[in-house]
Write a protein that binds this ligand. Sequence first.
Ligand SMILES: C[S@@+](CC[C@H](N)C(=O)[O-])C[C@H]1O[C@@H](n2cnc3c(N)ncnc32)[C@H](O)[C@@H]1O
Length: 731
Amino acid sequence: MGRNNKKRGGRRGGRGGSRADTRTDVVTESEMFNQRLDSYYKKQQIIPDDAWDEFMQSLRRPLPTTFRVAGSRQTAKSINELIQNNYVPSLKDVLFEGQPLPPPEQLPWYAYPEGLAWQFNVAKPVLRKQPEFKKFHYFLVSETEVGNISRQEAVSMLPPLFLDVLPHHKVMDMCAAPGSKTAQLLEALHADDTVTSTSVPPGLLIANDSDQKRTHLLIHQSARLPSPALMVTNLDASIYPIIKIGGSNSKRHTNQLLFDRILCDVPCSGDGTIRKNSGIWRKWQPGDGNGLHALQVRILVRAMRMVNASGRIVYSTCSLNPVENEAVIAVALKTYPEYELVDVSSRYPELRRCPGLTSWTPTADKTAETYFNTYQEYRDSLSSIDPVKLTKGHWPPSDVADLNLTRCIRIYPHLQDTGGFFVAVLQKRQQGGPDTKERKREAAEPSDVPDAKKPRLAQETEGAIDVDAQPVQPIVAAEPAGSETPEDGDSKPISYDFKENPYTFLSSKDPILTSCINRLKLTDGFPASNILVRNPGGDAVRSLYLTNDIVKTIILNNDYTRIRLTTAGTKVLAKQEAGRDGDAQFRVLGEGLPVVLPYIDPSTIMESGVGTLRILLKAYHPTCASFEEPFRSQIESKGYLAGTYAAVTLSHDIILPIWKSNVSISLMVDKKAKSALSLRLFGADITVAGLAAQQQKNAPAVAVEEPEADMEGDEVEEVGASVSKEEGGSA
Ligand SMILES: C[S@@+](CC[C@H](N)C(=O)[O-])C[C@H]1O[C@@H](n2cnc3c(N)ncnc32)[C@H](O)[C@@H]1O
């Protein structure tokens, strides 16, 4: 690629707020060179000499747009078919300014769930101007807004795939925000969902992030797949406290919750994202990765103490730097030798990858000119006043060959036109591996476990973690002094700036809840004892949340302020003020309906034709007189509208909540969901909001509402800790 002076906007560099935060940077293509990066990675020999130029050129090319069809498996399947059968054919043989445009393609390696990941490579002006692509773009944006499509970098889809989550698994996502991988994990937990209803998985997903603002972004993202099995916590993952689960009424008999699956998608320098964060070109220096190594080790080592005997951990970064990758894995394996790297070379055969490195040479020199072959050499070079910046763990250990580091996966941009990425899969040796006494004890009696904020160290072991010798953690979310989480359940709760409302489970005999269940005609199986409220008084005032059993057990056995529990379960019912009888009534929320649907009395569901749905979409509160008989009189005792709508674009099973007042009937789903439904069913946005937008912008009838976001800027960024969609960032 020729280096012209075209400007490319750098968005963010560094995952999770590393020091290479380059949000405001704009670099010209001629500036896409960094001597330090060049010498450092040449020295590490990450790429064979004959592929170096191809690798460097690929780093300078913009990244193709990739997205994943998300949501429950059945819905995803029909949306995917829609793309495949409807949009892709219309995007073949399309010309723009005389040039042919490539249609979207499925990512060949994203085999399961089959073919749900896509990539296309057309420039923004094409999406805005070429009519077929413009229509496709509107469709993508609209489905993204309701959570059926997730804009996600191709390589970022990998870690959840390797984690192999099943609906009964207890899963922890240690560094989860903004939540693109959390969404994938949730989808796997909800593999048994149907098109219209959400299953209540027996398993659990705790999504954690140390950055409070980003935790809220995480909640917003995961609301797209409402789950009674989700908890969000806001803690430093490297000192994640023990979660207790109850065995009996007595606190003394609680056990530690051990996880089946843990994802450590750790904060990193993020140089693998250089294709979209071009500011990294200017700022990159080896200190970024060096400084993150300690925190990365601590997070992984903490995960190793929280997984059960047959459990699995996936460690990932979007960095190419061995100090953040293989070096971290090596320290962790030496700290807990009962773990091994899993050979995943036969998984996803279409995925082009390189093996992990077995040798690398760190530098403490900002200019990346001086290297030391061993830690000792480095120590000897320091004058007595120089601070020690690097640890032994930055270097490969002497027995590196025994660690099977080649089982790690390195993805380079030139292999299949993606970002750069690193993945390692770890599990305990199945037989004959050493087992530590403290692990057995940890599983059995949590209150005896050594202080979790300082994992038991094997300081005498070469390369094993030595927390005290690590450099200061550069980006741990600032916790107020003294905010350590006590291990002892009897200690007083510490809540500092944690201002969340308490979590109170209603009695299943609670009069408001009982009346709500009766009015809504929910069936006997409705899990009333798993309904919780979030307000200081613990009453059914406004919103009712549903959790599954394990989430309930965790809430009952842990101080929510100690685990900084930010949300749990999913909101299913909300109070509708000024009901028809003058008193407030609870109604099922649009987003809660899939969860409640299995408990809804079928007599309250009314089949309707597409004409009725059209009327409901076209006006906010169409009058009763707008509807034909017998619908008008039959709707009196119904609360939901159902139909299999063989519409313009796909055959679609739908059940929607409705609300009838004395004079009107309304569809109780939000504006964006209405627009997406309209676009999907009628090929146009016929909603009030859509028509208003059309009038305002004089847009073509096909896609009346000019979407606020676009697929270029719509990806929820995994990098940078501080900008969220809500804050108006270009995420
Ligand atoms: C690479 S991003 C995670 C991306 C996320 N897994 C996804 O797929 O959307 C790293 C995250 O780690 C968080 N983080 C940084 N230090 C942390 C710590 N000590 N404990 C937990 N999270 C941390 C950052 O706030 C950031 O959200």
